[in-house]
Design a protein around this ligand. Structure first.
Ligand code: SF4
Length: 410
């Protein structure tokens, strides 16, 4: 029986696609290099999981569908389309009046430039994808090789051009700086090129972190990884903000920049503490259970187990205490220009808990990492973010030193 949609809280659906053509040496995501992808079997499993667990999110309103990974751009377009249809068949869109000119539901697929021919992009658009996230990383061929990526700069540029040519509403791409032996001049050229691109409306710019267990971590341990100087990485971060802002991008989250109104709806759900359903092997989700108890869930099945019984009950679930949940809300909200609003926090966590947390927030204000504000954060935000009223937002310094905010509030 289908879940009856009704007016409700905004939420998103994340679909994890755990396959890549090749594993990048810095990546610790839940993905594997696969020579053959079980397209249909994985589709059947995701649809079965959706049917088996949809009741948990009954009555929510759909804001976003996000295919991440891994490289979901490798999935056949008809499989992607079947998942989109199934999800859209379960939940009504939110239809936010602030999203003038954009589709009611943001539908994003991450693509690798090596495997994104224009015909495939057109097929993705035809099945309902309206936003692409392209794994560019850099426009510098030497640095791209050092990152161990399996595509060329030419393929990245061609993918961005093709994305616009086939008519995606929105295009985002990633930049990855501060990796092995990253020349600041090369990054400066990346920023120049990124600023001049008219194909994109959103850029995610991350500094590379050497994660345990990756080939880069092993190279580092044996002294074979030439790391970029920490001060140079900080300079890159500052230059990145400066150049992209000059080009008309707002720095709206620690690692994210958007042209007016084009911030990522899906990731914004995470940052404002909204719910999201996670489908696919190892996917994460956050649900508010009856009574408002937040539950964070991560699938714990192997790929073989998942394909065999996708809605099985093997998962790690953590029920968050109000204190932990409030700390997470502060940490995530203060990563964004949206910030956090006192009235909303008090409504969710109670006046006393927010009063206690205010002492930590005051210390952050004194250190110049956040500041108090009176009104809503920005005019182009959708209704579900327009809680308005007094609250706190990060300062420019706070966006650069989000780890210090985390240490105080977590
Ligand atoms: S393409 Fe992306 S998900 Fe796949 S291995 Fe590389 S960084 Fe990881």
């Amino acid at each position: 029986m289908s879940v009856q949609p009704k007016a409700g809280r905004p939420f998103g659906v994340y679909i994890h696609f755990p396959f890549c053509a090749r594993k990048c040496p810095y990546c610790d995501f839940n993905t594997r290099a696969a020579r053959e992808i079980p397209h249909d079997a994985y589709l059947d499993a995701v649809l079965a999981e959706l049917r088996g667990r949809r009741a948990r999110f009954e009555g929510r309103r759909l804001v976003s569908i996000y295919f991440g990974g891994g490289t979901p751009g490798l999935w056949r377009a008809d499989c992607v389309g079947a998942v989109i249809d199934a999800v859209r068949g379960e939940w009504e869109p939110l239809n936010d009046p602030a999203d003038v000119g954009l589709s009611a539901v943001e539908v994003t697929v991450e693509v690798n430039p090596r495997a994104a021919p224009i015909e495939h992009l057109a097929a993705l658009r035809d099945v309902g994808v309206n936003r692409l996230s392209v794994g560019v990383q850099t426009f510098d061929p030497t640095y791209l090789r050092r990152l161990g990526r399996d595509h060329s700069v030419g393929q990245s540029v061609a993918t961005l051009e093709a994305a616009r040519a086939v008519g995606f509403e929105r295009v985002s791409f990633d930049l990855l700086f501060g990796g092995p032996h990253h020349d600041p001049q090369a990054f400066e050229r990346d920023l120049e090129r990124a600023s001049a691109l008219s194909e994109a409306d959103h850029i995610s710019a991350y500094s590379l972190i050497v994660e345990p267990g990756t080939p880069f971590a092993r190279m580092k341990a044996s002294g074979r990884l030439h790391e970029t100087d920490e001060e140079e990485v900080t300079d890159m971060l500052l230059r990145c903000e400066e150049r992209l802002q000059e080009a008309g991008y707002a720095h709206y989250e620690v690692s994210n920049y958007a042209r007016p109104g084009r911030w990522a709806r899906h990731n914004s759900l995470y940052w404002v503490g909204a719910e999201y359903m996670g489908l696919g092997v190892g996917a994460h989700e956050l649900a508010l259970l009856p009574g408002g108890v937040p539950a964070r869930r991560a699938g714990a099945l192997t790929l073989a187990e998942y394909l065999n019984a996708p809605a099985a009950s093997a998962y790690d679930e953590e029920r968050l205490t109000a204190e932990v949940h409030l700390a997470e809300r502060l940490f995530l909200g203060l990563r964004t220009r949206f910030g956090v609003r006192r009235a909303e926090l008090e409504g969710q966590f109670g006046v006393e808990r927010v009063k206690e947390a205010s002492q930590r927030l005051e210390r952050l204000c004194e250190r110049g990492l956040i500041e108090e504000v009176e009104g809503p954060p920005a005019a182009d935000l959708p209704a579900y973010l327009q809680v308005g009223g007094p609250g706190w937002v990060p300062t420019r310094r706070g966006l650069h030193f989000a780890n210090q905010i985390a240490l105080e509030v977590l």
